[in-house]
Every structure is written in C-alpha cells, then in structure tokens.
Design a protein around this ligand. Structure first.
Ligand code: GAL
Length: 640
C-alpha cells in the first residue's frame, strides 16, 4: 500500500514547491493528488490555456520521485463558463438555481455542460496523458457532494421524459406500471410528466424511484464521457473517482463499472458527528470515530469493482471544518486509520490535505502541515505509518467469510417510503455489519448477483427489490443465509408484489407490517423487537420469540428471516447464531476493539479511549504491537 497526499500547488508560492515535494518524499509519501479544482487557473478565459504552472508543478513532483494522480477539474466550472451558459446550474427541489461561488454548481443532465466537461478533460488529457509522472486520473470530485445528484432543471425534465419513453415504450404502460389510476394521476403523453418535486403532497413513489434511477444514470453517463476521453489519451493509466461516506444518491456499483479503482474519502470524526449515531457513541468515539465507519466503507467500495481495487483518496489528518463539532483525533488515530485501510486491502491512503490553507472555506481544516509550514500532528503519524507499512510488507488477500448484500436502490426505496422514522436500508446494512464486526468476523459487502461461492454466511439486511440473479445464486448456496426486513417487498416499479413479500427467498407471506415508535417494544432474551415489525404467515419455525409471544425471526433449512429491525442486540443474537451454524469462529471483543484478517495477518485495532487487552481467543505471532493495546493502538499478528 502506498501513501500520498492531496496537494494544491496553485494555492502556494511556486518557490515552495520544491521543498514541499522533498518533504513529501521524506515523509514516506509517494503519490500526490492534484488539479481537481484548478479549472480557472488552467483556462482563465475561454480557450486560453495557461499550462505553464501545471507543467512546472508536475515536473517538480516528478523530479522528487513522486507519482501524480491528476484530477479533471469539472467539479468547479469557472465563472466565465457559468455566465456563458447560465442554465447549466442545478435547480434545487424548491425550484431555485444553485449559484456560483462555491463548487459543484452544475446539472448532470445539461448537455452543454457535459460537452464542456469533455472538452476540458480532453485538453488536460492531451497535455498530460503521456507524462511519466501521471499514473492515474481522478474524474471530477465527489459526485453528489452538497446534495447535487438531483436537479430539477428543464434539462433534467427533458432528459427524464426521454428516459421514461425508452423504459416504458407507451404512456399507457407507464400509467399501469406506476398505478396512476390512483388519485387520477394518469398521463396522456410522456411530455406531460413533470419532475416529482413541488407536488402538493408526496408524489407517487414509483415516480420518485424512476427519477432517482434516471438521475443516477446521468451521473454514470457524465463520468463515462470523461473516462472515454481519458482512456483514449492516457491509455494504461488507472481511472478513479472519490466516493463519499454514507452516501447513496447514485448507484456506486454502476459508476464503478467504468472505473479501474474505486476511491473514497474517509473522515471518521466528521461522519460520526454528522450521521445518526447515538449521543453515547458520539461522545465515546468523539476522537476516534465509531469503530465501523471506515471499515464499512472500505468493504463496501472494495466490492464495487470485480477486481476489488480500491483506495482512500482523502484521509482525515486532524480536525475537519464541516461537521457540527470538529474535535482533533486522539494521538495514534491517523496511523490507525491508515493501517486499517491496509488491512482491508487498500492500494493507497492519501491524506487530505498537505497544508492547511489560511483562506476561503476550509481555513479550519487540518493538513499534514500547518498554514505556517510547521508540521501538524498528522505528519509524524503518516511517517510512522509509512515505516509500519514497510516493516509489515505486503499483506495477503481479504478472506471470504461473510458476504453482506447491499444495493443502492434498496436505500432509494426505504428513503422514498420509510414507513417509520429512521428506517433505511443503508443503516440496516451498517447495523448488521457492525454486529458482525463485534463478533470479530470479516465481511465483504457485495451487490446482489455476486457469485457467493466460498462464503460461509450471506446476510441480506434489507433488500426491497430482489433481482432474479440473487434468487438463483442462493438456490445452490450451501452456507447460512439471513434475510432481513422489507426484503422482497417491492417490484421494480415500486409496488407490493402480487404474492406478497418476501417472495422466492423465504417460504412465507408478510401479511402485515407496522412501525413502532420509540418505547413501543417487544422484549426478548437480551434483545428487543423495536421500530419495525412484520407479521408472517408461514410454516417455517419461529426462532427468536419475544416474551409476549411476538416472533422476531423464523428458520427454514439454511435460511433465517428476520421480521424486525436489526438493532444492535437483536442483530448480535441472530447473526451470532447464524455464524455458529456456518462454522465461523466468533469472539467476545472488548468494547471498541476490532479485528480484520488479510492473508495470514490479523490486524487488531483499538478504537476505545482506554487500554484494551486482546481476548485469549485471538492468537498468533506478534509482528507489530502486543497483547495490550493503548487507545488508538494497532497490533498485527501472524496467524501462520
Ligand atoms: C471532501 C472534498 C475535499 C474537501 C474535504 C474537506 O468532501 O472532496 O475537497 O472539501 O471534503 O474535508
């Protein structure tokens, strides 16, 4: 695994560049990611390119032995372009244009902007496609950041109508598929279909789902247009994009089909503070991040390309600026996050950013260096991580143990029609993942339809739309299968299936569902049915039954069906049983300790704010650290 950093030579005096490059190399960094926001300096006026500075910046990095990941600058179209093409900006759900003055001010559906994005990509790729320093390209930056996948523009409306016509053929077919007879929503022509925003009350969920699919397709098409240019002018280089955390607005599996390596941007402390973790977790892990945040995304994004190639393109190196609270990481965490990425098979961890920038929006965002060019605490940890990586040598492949199935349209369905506050397929996946990790297991997160041979356990936390490929794959799967709530509960057109859920995956009919307000629970033996409950008609055997007789889960052969929400205690109980039946060894880990295997290496990572000891069940020859882990400590064992 390599280390790198995100660098913006255009922010700093040219006289500093040589020294910057030297210090990067001395720190043990070998890749530098540049250029992704530099359009206004590359092309200050339409058609007038200023390559001189970028030539010199790339040559300076190259001379220091550094490799370059060059970004296409399409996340920041310059002012002159927006002024020439004012309708290229996205329109928000309230119908307001999203203005110039930050970034991502473009609409994915706008053909004129897409052509401009291809033009600037081509210009940069023609210039640097064969440069010996350039080893990879990053398309754009964080598709969808700042809520930019959905745009309610005229371009989007026109594109959506065409997309519908292609998908449904006739408007009668669309009316039937969506159930538009309800509330007299029938259309007479595709041109009559508006976007689903600004309706009096909720629009038809089928309408929303179609629009989400359409919008996701535009992201994939926008990306593909750049990839094609990069492949033409820079063959043999990797094309990557940097995905975000807890973000499902577009289908990341579909976009990844055009990438060589999936990258993602890891900000464990910012994510902990921003997303739906309990107040207790937010406090306990304030300086470490919840122990499953980074790992969940490592495993999710590793599963996005068939080759499993992935990287951390931005790694939090200190406090960030954008969460509600932005604490500094505990000493050791920058190193821990880095080594954890290694344990999950990353090719690169690149710290964001090299030096804190004293102006503009991210003044409080740490870098490896302070604005006065002195080292920030992250720098020494990066150096330490580089030494550890060198000492450990290459780690082996991730083991095949548990496959957890996740699809992006699952989260669209639960988002469009949650039926109860906070019930989302993404968080069901995260909670199951977290429970499996608490049991000390290794997990791959895979799209439905992935070949499952070699896995001992398959967990489907919440998959409303079940593709036939998954049904077929599971027919001959000899391992244990756990199927979670709402699975098989919708057709591709957002209707309850004729035979009632869950369909082919489990011999039952979900006769009724209910969502439960906090406190309305059915307690069991150390677990509770909370938030969501399904009542099944089935001959399958009830397994987990609450004290009042309410059934939480059923068994049939090697399959289990969970009719309640996979909250922590329930998920731990059910998945623990399934893991035991699958023959997987589990552990009772102290709070905050996590394990991950890579080949014969076992990484133990202490996310707790206190010292923890490895349980006696975890054995091997120590290659790094020992049986007692300080907060932020990492131990690596060879299991032989
Ligand atoms: C990412 C983004 C970077 C920077 C960073 C700050 O979302 O890609 O450009 O803004 O966040 O944490």
């Amino acid at each position: 695994m390599k280390l790198g950093t995100c660098y913006y030579p255009e922010h700093w005096p040219e006289a500093w560049w040589v020294d910057d490059a030297r210090r990067m190399a001395e720190t043990g960094l070998s890749q530098v990611r540049i250029g992704e926001f530099a359009w206004s300096r590359i092309e200050p006026e339409p058609g007038r390119f200023d390559w001189g500075w970028l030539d010199r910046a790339i040559d300076t990095l190259h001379a220091a032995g550094l490799e370059v990941i060059l970004g296409t600058p399409t996340a920041t179209p310059p002012k002159w372009l927006v002024d020439r093409m004012p309708d290229m900006v996205a329109i928000d759900a309230q119908g307001r244009p999203r203005g110039f003055g930050s970034r991502r001010h473009y609409c994915f559906s706008h053909a004129g902007y897409r052509a401009e994005a291809v033009r600037i990509t081509r210009a940069v790729a023609e210039r640097y496609g064969q440069h010996p320093a350039v080893v990879a390209w990053q398309t754009d930056n964080e598709y969808g950041c700042h809520d930019t996948v959905l745009s309610f523009s005229k371009a989007a409306a026109a594109g959506f109508r065409q997309w519908l016509a292609q998908r449904y053929g006739t408007v009668a077919a669309l009316n039937a598929a969506w159930g538009n007879v309800f509330w007299s929503m029938d259309y007479g022509a595709f041109d009559e279909v508006d976007l689903p925003n600004l309706t009096v009350t909720e629009a038809n969920p089928a309408h929303w789902l179609a629009f989400r699919r359409y919008s996701s397709d535009q992201v994939a098409a926008f990306n593909r247009a750049q990839v094609e240019v990069l492949r033409e002018f820079s063959p043999g280089r990797d094309v990557v994009h940097n995905y975000m955390g807890f973000f499902t607005e577009f289908d990341h599996h579909a976009v990844a089909a055009d990438l060589d390596v999936v990258g993602w941007d890891s900000y464990p402390l910012g994510f902990l503070d921003t997303f739906r973790f309990s107040e207790a977790d937010k406090l306990a892990y304030a300086r470490q991040g919840h122990p499953d945040i980074a790992a969940f995304h490592h495993d999710l994004y590793r599963g996005c390309t068939p080759g499993g190639r992935w990287s951390v393109l931005e790694q939090q190196p200190g406090p960030v600026n954008w969460a509600r609270h932005n604490p500094a990481p505990l000493p050791g965490m920058v190193r821990l996050w880095t080594l954890e990425a290694m344990a999950h098979g990353a090719e690169l961890v690149s710290y964001f950013r090299w030096r804190q920038f004293p102006q503009a929006q991210e003044q409080h965002h740490a870098g490896l260096l302070r604005p006065d060019n002195q080292p920030a605490p992250g720098l020494a940890e990066a150096r330490q991580a580089a030494d550890d990586i060198a000492a450990l040598g290459p780690v082996g492949a991730p083991p095949k143990s548990v496959a957890l199935v996740f699809a992006y349209d699952a989260d669209w369905v639960t988002g469009i029609q949650p039926q109860g506050a906070g019930l989302s397929a993404l968080w069901a996946a995260f909670d199951c993942y977290s429970a499996l990790r608490e049991l000390g297991l290794d997990i791959d997160i895979v799209p439905p339809g992935t070949a499952l041979d070699g896995y001992a356990l398959c967990v489907i936390p919440c998959l409303p739309i079940v593709p036939d490929a998954l049904v077929d794959e599971l027919k001959c799967f000899p391992g244990q299968i756990v199927i979670g709530p709402r699975t098989g509960s919708r057709t591709a057109n957002f209707a309850i299936p004729e035979g009632l859920p869950p369909g082919a995956l489990f011999p039952a009919k979900v006769a009724r569902v209910e969502s439960l307000r906090p406190g309305l629970e059915h307690g069991g033996a150390g677990w509770a049915i909370a938030r969501w409950l399904e009542h099944l008609e089935t001959a399958a055997e009830p397994e987990l039954v609450a004290d009042d007789g309410t059934v939480a889960s059923w068994r049939h052969g090697n399959r289990r069906y969970l009719g309640a929400w996979p909250d922590r205690a329930l998920a731990l109980t059910l998945l623990g049983r399934a893991a035991a039946d699958a023959g997987l060894a589990t552990h009772r880990l102290p709070e905050g300790l996590r394990l991950r295997r890579a080949g014969s290496r076992l990484f133990a990572l202490n996310y707790a704010a206190q010292v923890v000891d490895l349980p006696a069940t975890v054995t091997g020859t120590a290659l790094l650290g020992g049986p007692r882990l300080a907060p932020g400590g990492v131990t690596v064992l060879d299991e032989g």
